[in-house]
Design a binder for this molecule. Structure first.
Ligand SMILES: C[S@@+](CC[C@H](N)C(=O)[O-])C[C@H]1O[C@@H](n2cnc3c(N)ncnc32)[C@H](O)[C@@H]1O
Length: 278
């Protein structure tokens, strides 16, 4: 096991395949994008899988990746990487994940495409903060619900800028602390999130301000850095789904109140690497 995997990440993505827990499904492990899914009725396991696929579509749709060489950071089981190839026409996608067991699962889950078209799909083990790739190797970089686990967003920003070619583009979606959350009156947002949500208390998730990511991307010279809030399409649908299933723990339902209280939001952050001299 790599020595840069923090214990909570090692435990959560280790022996058990989290994507097969009732809260997730379909090989995905994300909270989902629920726009277009009716919340006026009980939600099904199929709705849940669609929401997770739609979160990928939201990110990939921001990237214009046809014929691009893509890298996905924190790819989990790699089913979103296959979506990028099959539905969005990426020439190739390399899925990167810090957890060796996730990389093994990704290789098993996508053995068919890996065998049929090995030039279009691949998986590698490594950290967002220290990517095992050469300079300018990719046209597009994306990441879905993994950046809340990254310890060092400045290092991620440096690596993202390094592995993207000039003119390359990036889209990252995850949950962050909104700008101005401290001013909204809750002193110590990190402590408050840890009190409400076990994933913050355990050190699995980090209470990064969204400005830590946008600032890191600005600092390495990426341009057009934007953060779009999509929390309204994530948390209400997720909570409605969770209300209808049996799950071993209650705390995930605290995400919706944390969003409503201004402690967390979900974002799509986009940027591009400027063309040199352009
Ligand atoms: C919540 S899962 C999301 C998986 C996938 N993107 C999805 O939406 O189904 C987060 C993934 O990020 C990986 N991860 C955590 N920290 C990482 C890091 N520093 N660098 C790369 N991957 C990381 C975990 O091992 C896990 O597979």
């Amino acid at each position: 096991m790599r020595d840069d995997v923090v214990p909570a990440v090692r435990a959560v993505y280790g022996e058990q395949d989290l994507s097969s827990a009732p809260a997730f499904g379909g090989g995905f492990i994300n909270f989902g994008h629920w726009e277009g899914i009716s919340l006026d009725r009980p939600l099904t396991a199929e709705d849940r899988v669609r929401s997770q696929r739609d979160l990928y579509r939201c990110v990939l749709g921001a990237l214009d990746g046809a014929d691009a060489r893509g890298v996905e950071v924190g790819c989990g089981l790699g089913v979103g990487a296959v979506l990028a190839v099959e539905e969005f026409g990426f020439a190739s996608v390399t899925g990167l994940d810090i957890h060796p067991e996730q990389v093994e699962r990704a290789r098993r889950a996508n053995a068919g495409l890996l065998a049929r078209a090995p030039e279009r799909l691949g998986f590698a083990c490594g950290a967002a903060e220290r990517m095992p790739f050469g300079d300018g190797e990719f046209d597009r970089l994306y990441s879905v619900e993994a950046a809340q686990h990254f310890r060092d967003l400045a290092a991620f920003g440096r690596e993202a800028a390094r592995v993207l070619r000039p003119g390359g583009r990036l889209a990252v979606t995850s949950f962050f602390v909104p700008d101005g959350a401290e001013d909204a009156g809750v002193a110590g947002v990190g402590a408050e999130l840890a009190a409400r949500l076990d994933s913050f208390a355990s050190g699995l998730d980090v209470a990064h301000p969204v400005t830590s990511l946008t600032g890191a991307l600005d600092a390495v010279g990426l341009s057009d850095v934007r953060a779009e809030s999509i929390g309204g399409h994530v948390w209400p649908g997720l909570d409605h789904f969770l209300s209808g299933i049996d799950q071993p723990v209650r705390w995930p339902r605290n995400f919706l109140p944390a969003y409503r209280d201004g402690l967390l939001d979900y974002y799509v952050v986009t940027a591009r690497r400027p063309v040199e001299g352009g």
